[in-house]
Design a protein around this ligand. Structure first.
Ligand code: ADP
Length: 422
C-alpha cells in the first residue's frame, strides 16, 4: 500500500464525519466534500514525493531547486569559456552557462540531462555520480550535424554551497573534435612519411646485400644495381626535401608575406628554369604572360616553388610530346581584387572524385604512376600551404581525356603598400 494512503483516507473520513455531525450539511454533501478533501490531500502528498529514478523524464517536482540565485558563482560560470551544466538530483538541468548553450544547441534549462546528451556512457556516469557522489571523467561521441568527440567531467557540488541548498552535479564539457582530428592527421602523416621512406630504403639495403654477395663479381649487374640505388636514394632525398619544405612553410603560415613582386615575372622565371626538362621530354612549353605584370604581396621563393611544382606536374602527368601552357587566367572568373595564373596541360585529365583530395598530403590518383615519375605526393600540399599564407587559393579544373588546368589565385597587392621588390 502506498505511504500516502492511510493519512489521506483518515483525513477524508474525518472531514466527512465532522461535517455530518454538525448537521450543517446533508450527509451526501458532507460525503462529497470529504472525498474532495481526500483527493486534495492525496494530490498534495503525491506532488511532494521525490522521484526515485532520474530516468525517464520525471514530472516537475515541488522540491526541484529554485532558479539559481544570481551571485558571484553564477557570474563566474557565465564568464567561463568552458561549457558547464549544473544538474539537480532529479536529473533536470538546473543551470547552463552561455558556452554550454553554444555547444549544445538543443539545450533547455529544466529538461532532463539524458534528453540532452543521449550517449549511454555519459548518462551512466552522471547517474552514478548523482547517486554515489564520486567524480568521473567520460569520453563519448555526439552525432549532430557532424560527429563530435566530447570529454566530460562530472562531480558533485555539496548541498549548501553558493549554488543552492541542494547537492548538484557539476558537468564540464570539453569538445575535443579539433584536437582529435589534428592528432589523427599528425599520426597519419608520420605513418605515411615513414612508409614512403621505408620502401626506397629497403630496396637500397637489398641491393647492397646483393652486391656484397651474389653480384660481387658481376660488373654488368653492379652497374644496373647502382643505377637503381641512385634512383631510390634520389627519391628519398626529394621526399626529405619536401618534408622539410612543408615543415618550414607551416611554421611561417601565420606570417603575412611582406615583399611586393610581379606575379607574371615569378611564373615566367619558374617556367624558364624548366625549359631544359621540357626539351628533353619533347614538351611544348608555352609561356603567354605580359612582362611587368600584376604586383602581389608575396614571398618570391615560395611563389616560385608553387609555379615550379605545378609546371613540373603538368609536364610529368601531361606526358612526353604534350603541350603545357602558362597564361593569365580569365579575368572574368576572378573575384574582385584577385589575379590568376593558369597552368594547363594536354594530359589524360583527372576523374572528378579525386579533385577535392589532390592537395592532401600523400594523396595520389595512382601511387605507381607518381612513383615512376619521381613524385613524392607532397607537391600540391606544399602549393596549398603556400597559397594559404598568401591569402590565395588553388582552383583545379580537369576531366578525363580533356587535360587539366591548375589556376593560382592571389590578391593583388594594395597599390599604396611600399614596393620593396619588383
Ligand atoms: P606527386 O609527387 O605525386 O606528383 P602532387 O601532390 O604534386 O604529388 O600531386 C598529387 C597527385 O595529383 C599526383 O600524384 C597526380 O595523381 C595528380 N596530379 C597532379 N597534377 C596533375 C596533372 N597535371 N595531371 C594529372 N594528374 C595530376
Amino acid at each position: 500500500m502506498p505511504r500516502w494512503f492511510l493519512p489521506a483516507f483518515a483525513l477524508g473520513v474525518g472531514a466527512f464525519s465532522a461535517l455530518a455531525a454538525t448537521g450543517a450539511l446533508s450527509p451526501l454533501s458532507a460525503l462529497a466534500i470529504g472525498a474532495a478533501a481526500s483527493a486534495a490531500v492525496l494530490a498534495a502528498i503525491t506532488t511532494r514525493e521525490p522521484a526515485e529514478a532520474p530516468l525517464p523524464l520525471p514530472p516537475l517536482e515541488a522540491n526541484d531547486p529554485a532558479p539559481m540565485p544570481p551571485g558571484a558563482g553564477q557570474v563566474l560560470l557565465a564568464r567561463l569559456p568552458t561549457p558547464i551544466l549544473l544538474v539537480a538530483r532529479s536529473g533536470r538541468v538546473y543551470y547552463a552557462n552561455p558556452a554550454a548553450h553554444q555547444a549544445l544547441p538543443r539545450l533547455e534549462t529544466g529538461s532532463h540531462f539524458a534528453h540532452l546528451i543521449r550517449a549511454p556512457a555519459f548518462v551512466e556516469a552522471l547517474s552514478a555520480t548523482l547517486s554515489d557522489g564520486d567524480e568521473r571523467a567520460v569520453s563519448f561521441t555526439l552525432h549532430d550535424k557532424s560527429e563530435r568527440f566530447i570529454e566530460a567531467r562530472v562531480a558533485l557540488l555539496p548541498a549548501g554551497s553558493a549554488f543552492g541548498l541542494e547537492a548538484l552535479a557539476l558537468v564540464q564539457i570539453d569538445d575535443r573534435t579539433d584536437a582529435r582530428r589534428a592528432e589523427q592527421m599528425r599520426s597519419d602523416f608520420i605513418a605515411n612519411a615513414s612508409h614512403e621512406l621505408r620502401t626506397p630504403l629497403a630496396s637500397i639495403i637489398g641491393y647492397i646485400e646483393t652486391l656484397q654477395h651474389h653480384a660481387r663479381d658481376d660488373p654488368a649487374a653492379r652497374e644496373r644495381f647502382l643505377g637503381i640505388m641512385a634512383r631510390e636514394a634520389g627519391r628519398m632525398q626529394r621526399l626529405v626535401n619536401d618534408l622539410m619544405s612543408l615543415g618550414r612553410i607551416e611554421m611561417t603560415e601565420h606570417l603575412r608575406p611582406g615583399e611586393v613582386h610581379s606575379l607574371e615575372d615569378i611564373a615566367a622565371e619558374s617556367a624558364a628554369a624548366l625549359v631544359p626538362m621540357a626539351v628533353q621530354d619533347g614538351i611544348d612549353l608555352q609561356v603567354r604572360l605580359d612582362p611587368g605584370g600584376t604586383p602581389v604581396a608575396c614571398d618570391p621563393d615560395q611563389l616560385a616553388q608553387v609555379f615550379t611544382n605545378l609546371i613540373d606536374n603538368a609536364m610529368k602527368y601531361g606526358g612526353a610530346g604534350g603541350t603545357v601552357r602558362i597564361a593569365r587566367a580569365d579575368p572574368g572568373k576572378a573575384s574582385p581584387g584577385r589575379v590568376g595564373i593558369a597552368i594547363s596541360d594536354s594530359g589524360p585529365g583527372i576523374d572528378r572524385e579525386h579533385i577535392p583530395r589532390l592537395t592532401e598530403r600523400f594523396y595520389r590518383v595512382s601511387v605507381t604512376s607518381s612513383r615512376n615519375k619521381g613524385g613524392t605526393g607532397l607537391g600540391l600540399a606544399i602549393v596549398k600551404h603556400i597559397l594559404n599564407r598568401h591569402g590565395g587559393r588553388l582552383e583545379i579544373a580537369s576531366a578525363p581525356g580533356k587535360g587539366s588546368t591548375f589556376t593560382v589565385w592571389l590578391p593583388r597587392a594594395d597599390t599604396r603598400a611600399s614596393r620593396r621588390g619588383a
